[in-house]
Design a protein around this ligand. Sequence first.
Ligand code: SF4
Length: 176
Amino acid sequence: MNKLKLATIWLDGCSGCHMSLLDIDEGLAAVARKADLVYSPLVDAQQFPDNVDVTLVEGAVGNQDDLKKIQMIRRRSRILVSLGDCAVTGNVPAMRNTIPVKQLVEQIYLRGAQAQPCIPSEGVPALLKHAVPVHEVVKVDLHVPGCPPPAGAILTVVSDLLEGRKPEVSGKLKFG
Ligand code: SF4
């Protein structure tokens, strides 16, 4: 039997949702029997492939690179899951949203600099006006809240999706 393709992606997040994914422990072996992890911060893959069955997205969309990446990933993914509060609501990355980008950048790189105040202009993606949840820019098929979501709930979601079932996680998930 051909294995399904599973991917994970990390936008504006702290990696905590990926740490919770790793906390599945022996459940990872069960997932690996059903799917290949074809792209993720956890594997050495350079290109996001076509025809991915399930993609888990950690983090909000906060800059131009995030935006291009998530639009490409949406096109190449059959099921897209917002994993964790940053992806679902904007959460921590969105805390900057009340401050205009110019003011924010000047405060951090000029007024707040301890040495060599300079606003970086190369190799740094331009910030969007606001850090936004994933569903504000692309269609999301499933939201999995939590900061981070508990490992058991992630395992249920991934296992159900890989088995072609609608995940049943009522009572296992909450914000924060
Ligand atoms: S939801 Fe929480 S754990 Fe996940 S990336 Fe955001 S801050 Fe980190």
